[in-house]
Design a protein around this ligand. Structure first.
Ligand SMILES: *Cc1c(COP(=O)(O)O)cnc(C)c1O
Length: 361
């Protein structure tokens, strides 16, 4: 069979080795006679799977003990509400930076719980760059500062970590670039990431949170939306998404075998450079995002002649290059090249794009 490369933005491709291992262990996990899907989350087998996943993540990112790792459900979207519910801590305002469609969603949800100060926004010219921090207007009374490190739809990514002042905790939605490069966890109060982009299957959202921020949720916060409850119960207050945790744990082990986050960054840079250089080398393709702020994970591009879009997608698919259609709100194409996408996949895409441009220019 020809090798297929899947450029979906999410749920996205997983490392082949991980899927192979899950396949091998599907009916009988480590001689237990059970599939992971059939195990009690409180049994010793699954407890060891969850424990290992946490430990491997701690090692990969170098997470100190005073940060809690939570495996929750409800997707990254649930965190748009859980963050203000838990982190306002008696305050009434929060700072948000608006750099794309996911930031905008987080802001909209936060407005249900507090006064949002939009410290900076690139909405007016269509989310194609990240405003420098010297242009931000932070509120000294904000309970926290929230930003989105990678805008999955718009293809803009922070290549730097914002400075937060006066011990105001920094909160980040890292759904689509977590573990794609080394990460200094100590700069953050809270990190969250839906799993289905760069970690594992849909159904799981990862939260890493500094312990001292827990314990003062808004009055009326549902039990299940209180981080402290999950932290105290080691993410086992209720049934966690067990199979998604298992697969994500396999992905952590895979990342360690690749050489960890520094090694991933090198590969991810090589992939992104190759693709952007190819797009920039011709006026047949165009990427609207400012060069300094381009995402290494999600590469949006348009064809000069949009009448060729359908033909491009059709021929790409015939060549084993799947799910390149851009988000419905942006149009054109989008190639998502997360950790699991090998360099070979990007090389094949670039070769196809060059040939297509030669033929139709
Ligand atoms: C996909 C995505 C979300 C939403 O994730 P769900 O799991 O669908 O709730 C939020 N933020 C970013 C940056 C995303 O890429």
């Amino acid at each position: 069979m020809e090798t297929i490369y899947n450029f979906s933005a999410g749920p996205a491709m997983l490392p082949k080795e991980v899927l192979q291992q899950a396949h091998d262990e599907m009916l009988d996990w480590h001689g237990s006679g059970m599939s992971v899907m059939e195990m009690s989350h409180r049994g010793k087998e699954f407890m060891s799977i969850a424990e290992n996943a946490q430990q491997d993540l701690r090692e990969l990112v170098n997470i100190p003990q005073h940060y809690k790792i939570l495996f929750l459900q409800g997707g990254a979207s649930s965190q748009f509400a859980m963050v203000p519910m838990n982190l306002l801590r008696g305050k009434t305002k929060a700072d948000y930076v608006n750099t794309g469609q996911w930031s905008a969603k987080a802001i909209e949800e936060a407005r249900r719980y507090c006064t949002v100060n939009v410290a900076a926004s690139s909405a007016e010219i269509g989310f194609i760059y990240i405003p420098g921090q010297n242009q931000w207007h932070l509120d000294p009374e904000a309970a926290y500062l929230h930003y989105t490190s990678n805008e999955t739809i718009d293809g803009v990514e922070f290549q730097w970590i914002p400075e937060s002042r006066d011990n105001i905790p920094l909160v980040v939605d890292m759904s689509s670039d977590i573990l794609s490069r080394p990460l200094d966890i100590t700069r953050f109060g809270l990190i969250y990431a839906g799993a289905q982009k760069n970690l594992g299957p849909a159904g799981l959202v990862l939260v890493i949170v500094r312990e001292d921020l827990l314990g003062t949720p808004l009055p009326g916060t549902p039990t299940l939306f209180d981080y402290q409850v999950h932290a105290r119960n080691n993410s086992m207050y209720n049934t966690p998404p067990t199979y998604a945790i298992y697969i994500t744990g396999l992905v952590f082990k895979w990342l360690k075998r690749q050489g960890g986050l520094a090694a991933m960054e090198k590969i991810n840079l090589a992939k992104a450079d190759l693709l952007y250089r190819s797009i920039d080398s011709t006026d047949f393709y165009h990427c609207p995002v400012a060069k300094a702020d381009r995402s290494r994970m999600n590469v949006p591009f348009t064809l000069k002649n949009p009448a060729l879009d359908d033909e491009f997608l059709k021929q790409a698919e015939m060549n084993g290059l799947l799910q390149l259609k851009g988000h419905r709100s942006v149009g054109g194409m989008r190639a998502s090249i997360y950790n699991a996408m090998p360099l070979k996949g990007v090389e094949k895409l670039v070769a196809f794009m060059n040939a297509f441009a030669d033929r139709y220019a």
